[in-house]
Design a protein around this ligand. Sequence first.
Ligand SMILES: [Zn+2]
Ligand SMILES: [Zn+2]
Length: 136
Amino acid sequence: MRFDLSGQAAGQYRGGPHPCIRYNPGMAARQFEAYCQRTPAHEVAHYVIDCLHPEKSIKPHGPQWQELMRAFGLEPDRCHQYDLTNVRQRRQRRFTYRCACQEHQLSTTRHNRIQYRGMQYHCIKCGKVLRPTSDD
Ligand SMILES: [Zn+2]
Ligand SMILES: [Zn+2]
């Protein structure tokens, strides 16, 4: 078991000769209760199904897995949807800016400072002012 996932996946189960469950500690920290209630059960259910059906002829979120989730007392929703929507809303949009040497991805906060407060950001490498690219 590992705690090294990041990004939008709440958890991940890998089968094979060395089965491994990975958890996303960042996501667990953001919504501890919901996470602990569901994600471990979700991934453990994959593991149990994998052990019961080593031939791998069944779907990862198929009826067997769903039945097991209900046995845990949980709704068998497949793709951690509660996590995905939440993370997407919290994630800041990125804006592409350009200097003389490269592209820069600016956060919404910085973008707004430039657009509405007239602030300027300079590239550390070339020292030029960052300008928005045309597609933004
Ligand atoms: Zn799953
Ligand atoms: Zn530059």
